[in-house]
Design a protein around this ligand. Structure first.
Ligand code: SAM
Length: 277
């Protein structure tokens, strides 16, 4: 079982935040499509809260890739619509627990995204291949964040936009529409999964739609249209994980896990004739 699989099965549910488990797997699948095609780059998120999605992004990093996390953290007066509440200490604890090796490659930007320039991300992380937009949910923030991510992504970069269809946050769709209607903007939707819209430059839309169809277990529920572009709509279960692995990992992560691991080691040593107590 890989670290990503372990996090999807056991970690994601332990971190407070907002991320549908199906969508978490779908995001990992997008990263797989990229890595199988040799597409490299940074990953990152605007609006990390405790890292539920950000930890997953860190686990998707290749050894030479970097990550960025933008959040107002303690400056919650800048969180004007009260969407979530970033906490840097909890976030770092979660990264250390689930994705420790990525820590040295993470740039934390403690600011409102409204004052973050693309060069701050580009200089430290290089071109971005996969970024989540889940910071301020005002129309101003969403418009700003789409522009910011557009100007930092590689040609083949993907943006994952939160809450577009969530009736609790109506201005997410307003900010998105402002961006879509502006001449010259480049990111366009190509897929919809529970509570997220996936965008890329339209030249890459077919690459991702075909990649998901042919290289991942995900099967679209239907094809639809959004802002004049074809989008695949996903919901439902991907392939079930093997039950044996699930049970083993469940036991390992339970309170009995450490005892069972110690017992297993003792038995192994005894089998080799070397046990001493
Ligand atoms: C909905 S939560 C993010 C949830 C997170 N993506 C997850 O996986 O659970 C929104 C986050 O955005 C942060 N935030 C709000 N306004 C912001 C702004 N203008 N710039 C940067 N971060 C902001 C909040 O502090 C909060 O941590």
């Amino acid at each position: 079982m890989t670290d990503v699989e372990r996090y999807l099965l056991f970690g994601e549910r332990k971190i407070a935040g907002w991320l549908d488990p199906y969508t978490a797997e779908f995001i990992a699948a997008i990263s797989t499509v990229q890595s199988r095609a040799g597409l490299r780059g940074a990953v990152g998120e605007i609006g990390v809260h405790h890292g539920k999605l950000f930890v997953l992004l860190c686990l998707l990093l290749a050894a030479d890739e970097a990550a960025f996390a933008i959040d107002v953290f303690d400056a919650q007066d800048l969180n004007t619509d009260g969407s979530g509440r970033g906490d840097r200490d909890i976030l770092e604890d979660n990264i250390r627990y689930w994705a420790r090796e990525s820590m040295p490659r993470i740039t934390f930007i403690t600011k409102s995204s409204l004052v973050v320039g693309p060069q701050e991300i580009a200089q430290r992380c290089g071109p971005v291949r996969l970024a989540s937009i889940d910071g301020g949910h005002t129309a101003e923030c969403v418009y700003n964040d789409l522009k910011l991510i557009e100007s930092t992504t590689a040609e083949y970069g993907v943006a994952v936009l939160d809450d577009y269809f969530n009736a609790d946050w109506p201005d997410v769709s307003t900010g998105t529409a402002d961006y879509m209607m502006e001449k010259g903007t480049k990111m366009r939707p190509f897929a919809v999964a529970p509570n997220k819209v996936f965008l890329c430059r339209s030249e890459y839309s077919e690459f991702y739609r075909q990649g998901i169809r042919e290289r991942t277990p995900f099967r679209r529920y239907k094809e639809s249209r959004m802002f004049g572009h074809a989008v695949d709509v996903f919901h439902g279960l991907p392939t079930a994980p093997p039950v044996g692995i699930y049970l083993r990992e469940f036991t390992r992560n339970s309170m009995f896990g450490p005892h069972l691991i110690r017992l297993k080691r003792r038995l192994a040593r005894a089998g080799q004739g070397g046990v001493r107590g």
